[in-house]
Write a protein that binds this ligand. Structure first.
Ligand SMILES: C[S@@+](CC[C@H](N)C(=O)[O-])C[C@H]1O[C@@H](n2cnc3c(N)ncnc32)[C@H](O)[C@@H]1O
Length: 218
């Protein structure tokens, strides 16, 4: 049977039960990549922006060893943010319910930004302006750590994108609404988008199968 697309926030609201266990136990190398991602973030007391923070999995790893850091987390899903709230001292986090495409980030505010398993749902036209806004929101010498699911080849990337367009058309869904469907870029394409948005230096830090960690310097 054809996969029915669900709106992005609803998809995650509907999978709240057991979400953390699913991510940690069923996603390949999750224990390693969450720990690695956290280890890439600044060590001193600092302000970190998390795009698509979900229930705060990456922040559990990070705040454990950096309890004085402050996190601003943005997520579309009310339920995910409610779960995240339960895990931390309110002084450690500011949570914003909304789309990171719409929420203003401010200028020169953050020491670092991070995103884990959230940005592989969007197009280049959507991501480059977001990365430009993010670039502006970082302090001098600030950086962005992106740990995400990436396509193995350009062919695979194009296949997922055309499948999403086909399914939206067949299911009569509005083009401007975000539906949950994985459309990962290749790591090389993602790195080019970050450079095109103004990041001065982009490197791959580590990979585990289809999951890679990239670092983009302001
Ligand atoms: C697979 S979860 C990852 C959550 C968390 N980073 C983790 O690794 O467990 C993807 C998250 O991205 C959020 N998300 C997707 N699109 C978003 C958008 N445009 N703005 C804010 N959050 C978004 C979803 O609501 C969901 O919580």
């Amino acid at each position: 049977m054809e996969y029915r697309l669900e709106k992005m926030a609803e998809f995650f609201e509907n999978r709240l039960d057991g979400y953390d266990a699913h991510m940690l136990n069923e996603i390949d190398s999750a224990g390693e990549f969450y720990a690695f991602t956290a280890s890439c973030l600044p060590k001193e007391c600092c302000h970190v922006l998390d795009l698509g923070c979900g229930t705060g999995l990456e922040m559990e790893f990070y705040l454990k060893s950096n309890p004085d850091a402050h996190i601003t987390g943005i997520d579309l899903s009310y339920g995910m943010l409610e779960e995240m709230k339960k895990k931390f001292d309110p002084a450690q986090i500011t949570l914003i319910r909304g789309s990171y495409f719409d929420v203003p980030f401010g200028e020169g505010v953050y020491d670092a930004a991070v995103s884990v398993e959230s940005l592989h749902h969007f197009t280049e036209e959507e991501k480059i302006p977001l990365y430009r806004k993010l670039h502006g929101a970082l302090k001098e010498n600030g950086y962005f750590i992106l740990t995400d699911y990436f396509a193995d080849s350009g062919e695979q990337e194009r296949f997922f994108q055309s499948e999403l367009i086909r399914m939206k058309k067949e299911q009569g869904l509005a083009d401007h609404v975000f539906y949950h469907y994985d459309t990962p870029f290749t790591a090389a394409h993602e790195m080019q988008c970050l450079r095109d948005a103004g990041f001065s230096y982009v490197e791959e830090m580590q990979s585990w199968g289809s999951t890679h960690t990239l670092k983009a310097m302001k």
